[in-house]
Design a protein around this ligand. Sequence first.
Ligand SMILES: O=C(O)C(=O)C[C@H](O)[C@H](O)COP(=O)(O)O
Length: 209
Amino acid sequence: MKASIDQIMSTSPVIPVIVIDDISQACPLAEALVAGGLKVLEVTLRTDCALEAMELIAKNIPDAIVGAGTVTTPQQVSDVVNAGAQFMVSPGSTDALIDAALASPIEILPGVATASEAMRLRERGITRLKFFPAEAAGGAPMLKSLAGPLSDLIFCPTGGITPALAPEYLKLPNVACVGGSWMVPKNLVNAGDWDAITKLAKEAAEITT
Ligand SMILES: O=C(O)C(=O)C[C@H](O)[C@H](O)COP(=O)(O)O
């Protein structure tokens, strides 16, 4: 069953942002994260095998809710829908990307870093947003400032967030979850140390404010 973006954002406090270099890592990595309690997975379109990885995870790991990250073009919107992605995430937003996303069967969390970008998306009916790059663009104080005038907008801050910083964001009324890559460090993924990744995922899933 298709999950709404609100359901996706409230499934766990953290959405892991994944880069898959080798297709053989896709399913074991997804399994390790799901076993740790992180079911929503953002597979970034930064590598050649990303679409295939999404397809494999969508088919073989039924408990995972797989989405596509780094979606920046209309063509990628149709590619990720065909690969079985249940949602999309983008570092920013252009009119062409948003047009394609609104015409697609899945929802997008477009990236914003300013009030004006957020207001433009709200005019198009999009109120669930990625705040990117979160730490570099003002961090939790920036989102706290936006919560007053733009209280209907809900964010998934991503970029530079650590387990220590996550609670500062999660306690804000306009933050549903955070995104981050700290639970999928390259050295553990390349070593196939899935137990260590499950442990990091479990710690992330248990973060509270
Ligand atoms: O790939 C994308 O679409 C992005 O927008 C970038 C990611 O969200 C960040 O790279 C994750 O941030 P870190 O936790 O600092 O690694």
